[in-house]
Design a protein around this ligand. Structure first.
Ligand SMILES: Cc1cc2nc3c(=O)[nH]c(=O)nc-3n(C[C@H](O)[C@H](O)[C@H](O)COP(=O)(O)OP(=O)(O)OC[C@H]3O[C@@H](n4cnc5c(N)ncnc54)[C@H](O)[C@@H]3O)c2cc1C
Length: 324
């Protein structure tokens, strides 16, 4: 038996609940793209996560952690290792005064609704983000130029060595769509958030406005991964947002295979039905080339590509590699 087979056998006897072999990853991301995971697990608590980390380490098997897969592009070959989802099975939320204590798998719109019902302001900008708290913390996601890091008090993690730790906000080093957790191999199991008391009606109004705006601007019927390219404040000031740049380069509706630049919002790539990761990466490469030639700017991806070996990198790096 090779290492992967032994790791799968260990996971199967580790009493982790469901352990799925050859699970199609297209079921676990919002683009609906990707080959199979050799093994797919969904732990219910931090102790189980530690056990998975331990097994992956002991047999040197790739381990990829995911939430809703709303910022991920899996390779067509899938992942030759363990994919561990922190999702609905770890989604408890508790409100204590002005603080919200939540597990990493809670769906972000659900968390935002809890804050609204508790008369707590601060998470209004998150209502339309279809990811988990763990993914949001990792990416310091948010909207209207805000990030979840602003509300974080502490983050609970399992380290790459399988140890449980609690980090302060300072230790997470949040900056625009970035945190020190990225690339550290740690797994977010939960977080404590601090909000501000406010009228439920005004929080609700702000959330409804945000959702209305998203429905108007973003494609909803075709699978997508949200904004493909990163939009920083410096970029806004010098060349404008990626959607505008791509639209002005006449790339709306540009297609490679079944992947297409959305006709509605040019920073979205939609899956027309059976798009492959190769289609999306080739389209990303084409967009970057055209934009570089037209305005001399190198677009970088917010979306992360996951390789068959379990590496996670900004998708434009893989697109550039493939384009040669
Ligand atoms: C329609 C649409 C709209 C969107 N709008 C926004 C927006 O307004 N603002 C915004 O910031 N993003 C937006 N996104 C992108 C995405 O929803 C966010 O980046 C979200 O935070 C990702 O969460 P996830 O659970 O899906 O993470 P995934 O996509 O599953 O993973 C993203 C990264 O986080 C890591 N990760 C996930 N969970 C954990 C965990 N528990 N512990 C450690 N690492 C983990 C993964 O390894 C990966 O590196 C949008 C996406 C879509 C499809």
């Amino acid at each position: 038996m090779n290492n992967l087979a032994i790791a799968i056998a260990e996971l199967t006897v580790a009493n982790l609940g469901s352990v799925l072999k050859n699970e199609p990853l297209s079921r676990h991301n919002t683009w609906r793209i990707g080959g199979p995971a050799a093994v797919f697990v969904e732990p219910v608590n931090a102790a189980q996560i530690c056990r998975v980390v331990e097994i992956a380490g002991a047999y040197a098997v790739p381990l990829v952690v995911i939430g809703q897969g709303s910022n991920l592009l899996f390779d067509d070959q899938g992942v030759a290792g363990i994919v561990m989802k922190i999702g609905a099975k770890m989604a408890a939320v508790q409100v204590i005064g002005e603080r919200i204590v939540a597990e990493g798998g809670v769906w972000v719109p659900q968390l935002a609704l809890v804050s609204m019902r508790s008369g707590l302001s601060g998470l209004e900008h998150c209502i339309g983000i279809p990811g988990t708290l763990g993914g949001l913390v990792m990416m310091n996601g948010g909207s209207h130029r805000r990030g979840i890091g602003e509300n974080i008090v502490t983050v609970d993690i399992v380290t790459s060595a399988g140890q449980q730790q609690t980090l302060s906000r300072k230790a997470c080093e949040f900056s625009y769509r970035h945190s020190a957790l990225q690339g550290s191999g740690c797994i977010v199991t939960g977080a404590e958030l601090l909000c501000t008391p406010a009228q439920r009606s005004s929080i609700r109004r702000e959330m409804l406005n945000d959702l209305r705006e998203r429905r108007r601007k973003f494609p909803r019927k075709q699978p997508n991964c949200g904004s493909v390219f990163l939009s920083t404040a410096e970029m806004h000031a010098s060349v404008g947002p990626p959607g505008k740049i791509i639209e002005e380069a006449n790339l709306k509706s540009r297609r490679v295979g079944q992947a297409m630049v959305s006709a509605q919002h040019a920073n979205f790539i939609v899956n027309l039905g059976s798009a492959t990761a190769a289609d999306v990466l080739a389209l990303i490469a084409q967009i970057r080339t055209v934009v570089r030639h037209s305005i001399g700017f190198d677009l970088c991806c917010e979306v992360r590509y996951v390789s068959p070996q379990g590496e996670i990198l900004p998708a434009h790096l893989r697109a550039a590699e493939l384009a040669g």
